[in-house]
Design a protein around this ligand. Structure first.
Ligand code: ATP
Ligand code: MG
Ligand code: MG
Ligand code: MG
Length: 470
């Protein structure tokens, strides 16, 4: 019998509780008191004050299952086996308590003894200069060196700017040759889906100063992150994270709703997986208080939703449909995330309003973009002007990445620089209009009437999402 995703989550938290950790559920997707990050993208992100010594943790050992959003992975979704914009990250953390030895040992114990993962399929990477980790794996744990690799800074060293940082050790699962690529040197660290990375152990042992020196920290920390969907994918021996029990349940209803078949045609499958991912991401975002808008995290939500809506069109779905799929997300994740159950009707309402609004312009927008594409091809041109891309954005609500995606399907591109200039001009127009007392952005008002209890979203800054490793 296959281990379900929800069961794996519970096992992880119970396991680390038995090792003296305070185990708890997820923090919200919206960072609290942290302006450096748009959305939580790793288990460690909400725990930063503890790692930086700004706050005292409730326990020196903690374990969580954290909701994460990584919009940086958006283009991978549905294409690779292992990326979602939304996923859950399991993690164990030590704030100046245990270090490498325990983290590696317990990690190994969990996957081999508790989950029963086949040991000979596991590969391990360590940072090229981190002999301590190498020796713990090879000498103390007896891990075969032929399945160990040393990787460089890009893959196996974690740092953002100055402050706490350090080497990583990652665990990979070899899914076999059939998932491999043409690279004769295909090994962990290769970008294909054969060696699927599932657990990153970060050893924050340094404090990087502004001169670029790495000073040993007195209190060394452990920060690990394991993708729950990836672990479930491995345990359930399925092709990709979308075929994991819980996610497959959502995917199946996308298939049903669109009257398509899954597993027959690559393009159709990609659309199905994109919708499946984006309905999860948008449901969780709205449940955590994010509302569609043209800025910040509200715009992340809007982009995901509109992209999903467009893939619905590709599958031949008529009208707004995402809100109906939200029920399925609640079915599979409601127990672990009660906020979904609590806010269900509200989330559906927001989804429906936003979708129906886009519905008013999407068909026309697609037609216009098609005519632009026709013109480009006729004239043997490759690049859509920023002005036309802006028109699609401003009049038809097409986020630039949506326009880009459609163009890419035709091997065309967009002049992003001049698009940005057009955006800039519009901002100035809006500023002038405000100064003259004219109102703008009437379209946003619709959400303010919805639910006064929902904390409205902070959109005061538009920093790009800060992607970090764990
Ligand atoms: P990859 O190289 O596969 O993109 P990563 O190195 O970016 O992964 P980390 O930042 O190390 O990932 O995050 C820790 C763990 O979180 C990963 O080992 C993986 O299990 C999981 N993870 C990361 N990104 C995603 C994603 N987009 N979807 C699902 N799981 C993810
Ligand atoms: Mg990544
Ligand atoms: Mg990686
Ligand atoms: Mg990694």
């Amino acid at each position: 019998q296959k281990l379900g995703l929800n069961e794996i989550r519970k096992r992880f938290l119970d396991f680390f509780e038995s090792k003296g950790h305070l185990a708890q559920g997820s923090f919200p997707l919206v960072p609290q008191n942290d302006k450096s990050l748009l959305l939580i993208n790793a288990g460690m992100a909400p725990l930063k004050p503890y790692f930086m010594g700004k706050e005292v943790p409730p326990n020196k050992r903690m374990a969580t299952c954290q909701k994460c959003i990584r919009t940086g992975d958006i283009e991978n979704v549905g294409k690779t086996a292992r990326h979602g914009t939304f996923f859950e990250m399991l993690g164990n953390f030590s704030f100046g308590d245990y270090f490498k030895r325990e983290s590696i040992k317990w990690g190994w114990e969990f996957i081999t003894e508790n989950l029963g993962i086949p040991q000979d399929k596991v590969w391990v990477s360590v940072y090229e200069n981190d002999d301590d980790s190498y020796d713990i794996w090879s000498k103390e744990m007896g891990f075969p060196e032929e399945r160990m690799v040393r990787l460089g800074k890009d893959d196996n060293f974690w740092e953002i700017g100055t402050g706490p940082c350090g080497p990583c050790s990652e665990l990979y699962y070899d899914r076999g040759e059939k998932y491999g690529c043409d690279n004769p040197d295909c090994k962990p660290g290769c970008d294909c889906d054969r060696y699927i990375e599932f657990w990153n152990h970060v050893f924050t042992q340094f404090d990087k100063d502004d001169q670029g020196n790495y000073n040993e920290l007195a209190n060394k920390n452990i920060d690990t992150g394991m993708g729950l969907e990836r672990m479930a994918c491995i345990m359930q021996n399925v092709d990709n994270i979308f075929e994991v029990d819980t996610i497959k349940y959502v995917l199946d209803s996308v298939v049903k709703l669109s009257n398509t078949e899954y597993g027959k045609d690559n393009k159709t499958d990609t659309s199905i997986r994109i919708i499946t991912d984006h309905i999860r991401a948008t449901s969780f975002l709205i449940a955590d208080g994010v509302l569609p808008s043209n800025e910040g995290r509200g715009y992340v939500l809007r982009r995901l939703l509109r992209r999903a809506a467009r893939h619905g069109k590709l599958l031949g779905i008529k009208g707004a449909f995402l809100y109906e799929l939200m029920d399925k997300v609640v079915d599979i994740s409601g127990e672990a995330y009660p906020e979904l159950v609590e806010k269900k009707e509200y989330v559906k309402k927001v989804l429906k309003i936003e979708e129906e609004r886009f519905e008013e312009t999407i068909d026309q927008g697609i037609d216009i973009l098609k005519s632009y594409i026709g013109e480009l091809k006729e004239n043997n041109k490759k690049v859509l002007s920023g002005e036309n891309a802006f028109k699609l954005y401003d009049t038809y609500g097409f986020p630039i990445d949506l326009t880009k995606e459609i163009l890419e399907e035709e091997n065309l591109e967009v002049d992003e620089e001049s698009f940005t200039e057009e955006m800039q001009k519009q901002r100035e127009r809006a500023r002038n209009a405000r100064q003259n007392g004219e109102s703008e952005g009437w379209k946003e008002d619709v959400f303010s009437k919805l639910d006064k209890d929902i904390v409205s979203e902070f959109v005061g800054y538009t920093s790009l999402e800060n992607e970090c490793m764990v």
